[in-house]
Design a protein around this ligand. Structure first.
Ligand SMILES: Cc1cc2nc3c(=O)[nH]c(=O)nc-3n(C[C@H](O)[C@H](O)[C@H](O)COP(=O)(O)OP(=O)(O)OC[C@H]3O[C@@H](n4cnc5c(N)ncnc54)[C@H](O)[C@@H]3O)c2cc1C
Length: 510
């Protein structure tokens, strides 16, 4: 190890971002003699939301050596097969955005071209009929695919809904076991070297001084170091993603938990419903130009499916991202790096993405301009690609029943999205750029689900006869339905492998 090597990493913040970073760094860098310290303040607390995830989280947990059943049990988690969108394309309409893929390609041509062709010929099977995830989701079924389950069940892709506070606590236990030191205290000041500008220490209000070589800013929206010290700047994306407020409340769960998130469009935003083992998480995300906080809270409380278990938690945010994610010797991970609103549950994924890039680019000393530039480039791409996919949900709508929907339906969109939408709408063509997160299934689910496209298909799909296409599609539907029929109920699967302890809410409510 060189004399200037990174020996001390200091993580500021103990929310989901802080503890995910601590768990991963202690697993991968701890053995190479790097000390990891995490500072958090109970007086400030965490954002307290963020409970729906996407499939890559499974890999993150695997890499940390976490047993999935233990994790599900200890975080009161349920399984998630996708998101049901209600009232997005138009009032009274619904569709499922599944994880996994649709159907099977035929003769090397993507499945959806045949689906569009059959639709034009008058067949009215929705895309859901070709998605194992959608069929299982609506059927309330779940089964973990194992290696010997064959190619059909192995198409099932899944993520989790979990209690954010319990997940952070779970990762804290793991991190501390892996050698992370936790310090409780309020960071009052950040000390910089007067010549290099590098951060040298965090000064806590109780007088402690935490020195480090590399600092990870997980302080949430405030971005205490990335903005407070380095003034990295923020790209405000409100003109495309105008929601800027949320109110969240947990309620008693009635019936078995569905293995999917529900997103219901409202007149000035949308509402989430996330079923966990011990409760249901609900939140109304809206734009304050079109709706006041009292009205949003009333609408949320009136729509709850069970007794409210917590007081409404109001949050404000500005959609966008930092201009720089890594500046000096500080890397922003989590809400300090930006926030794209929770529509497709991408924030925890962006934390994971930041951590894995940091591990790949882990610097050999505090000043690392080459690694820093690459990290900033890769994270900018991650955010920009996700941004475009989120905007698609608002732009590809026929809703004209409120000022909010009129605004988003007619707003100008980024050129990168315009190009993608044109290609998809005209003949169902889709290309994934760089390491873009959302693939054809996702874009197609939203476009077709909101009645916006594709209007045509790749003419190569005409190479097969009508009879062959019809027969193949009927066969796919049959195979997928048969597989779902044989799967256990979601609740039965949880009961068997990872049932959590019941929670007494009377005690918790206070
Ligand atoms: C309305 C809403 C819904 C969301 N839903 C989802 C979702 O479904 N799925 C998803 O993936 N993501 C979601 N997110 C995002 C998700 O909540 C965050 O990505 C995640 O919780 C990480 O937050 P964080 O750790 O960056 O910040 P925080 O949770 O805010 O943690 C900040 C930490 O910094 C510490 N801190 C701050 N200042 C100081 C100081 N001066 N001294 C000491 N400590 C300090 C705090 O004590 C705290 O520990 C949602 C976000 C919002 C706003």
């Amino acid at each position: 190890m060189s004399e200037n090597a990174i020996k001390r990493v200091v993580i500021a913040g103990g929310g989901t971002a802080g503890w995910m970073t601590a768990a991963a760094l202690s697993k991968f860098c701890g053995r190479s003699g790097v000390d990891i310290t995490l500072v958090e303040s109970e007086a400030i607390g965490t954002v307290g939301v963020g409970e729906a995830t996407i499939p890559p989280i499974g890999k993150f947990n695997d890499h940390l050596g976490i047993n999935e059943d233990d994790f599900v049990r200890e975080t009161q988690a349920t399984y998630k097969l996708g998101i049901e969108f209600v009232d997005w394309g138009g009032l009274g309409e619904r569709y499922f955005h599944p994880f996994g893929t649709y159907g099977f390609d035929l003769e090397g041509i993507e499945f959806h071209h045949f689906w569009t062709r059959q639709k034009q010929a008058g067949e009215d099977h929705s895309l859901d009929a070709y998605s194992l995830n959608a069929l299982a989701g609506y059927g309330g079924k779940f089964m973990r695919p194992e290696k010997d389950h064959g190619p059909v069940l192995n198409k099932l892709a899944y993520a989790f809904h979990f209690d954010a506070g319990l997940y952070a606590a779970f990762l804290r236990r793991l991190s501390e076991k892996q050698g992370v030191s936790r310090i409780e205290g309020l960071i009052g000041d950040v000390e910089q070297n007067s010549e290099s500008g590098l951060i040298e220490a965090l000064a806590l209000q109780d007088g402690q001084r935490i020195e480090g070589d590399l600092f990870i800013d997980c302080t949430g929206f405030r971005g205490m170091m990335i903005e407070g010290v380095y003034e990295a700047g923020y790209q405000d994306w409100s003109q495309w993603l105008p929601v800027n407020r949320a109110v969240a409340v947990a309620c008693r769960r009635d019936g078995d938990p569905e293995p999917y998130t529900r997103s219901t469009a409202r007149d000035a935003g949308w509402q989430w419903r996330i079923p966990l083992q011990h409760r249901t998480g609900n939140g109304h995300v809206y734009c304050d130009k079109f709706k006041g906080s009292e009205a949003a809270e009333c609408e949320l409380l009136e729509s709850l499916e069970g007794e409210a278990l917590t007081s409404p938690n109001h949050l404000r945010f500005t959609t966008g991202r930092r201009n720089q994610f890594w500046s000096g010797n500080c890397i922003a991970i989590g809400l300090s790096s930006g926030f794209l609103e929770p529509l497709e549950s991408t924030s925890i994924h962006l934390i994971q993405s930041g951590i894995s890039k940091l591990i790949s680019l882990f610097p050999s000393q505090s000043e690392a301009p080459v690694e820093r530039a690459e990290y900033n480039r890769l994270m900018s791409d991650d955010f920009d690609h996700i941004r475009d996919f989120l905007i698609l949900h608002y732009k590809a709508t026929a809703r004209d029943d409120s000022e909010f929907w009129n605004y988003v339906r007619t707003m100008d969109i980024p050129d990168s999205l315009e190009r993608k939408m044109d290609l998809l709408r005209s003949h169902g063509r889709f290309f994934k750029y760089d390491a873009e997160l959302f693939d054809l299934t996702s874009w197609l689910a939203v476009a077709a689900g909101q009645g916006w496209g594709p209007e045509g298909y790749n003419p190569m799909a005409d190479a097969l006869s009508d009879g062959d296409v019809k027969g193949s599609l009927a066969n796919m539907r049959g195979v997928l339905q048969k597989t779902v029929t044989a799967m256990p109920a979601h609740q039965a699967f949880i009961d068997r492998y990872s049932k959590a302890e019941p929670v007494s809410w009377e005690r918790k409510k206070t």
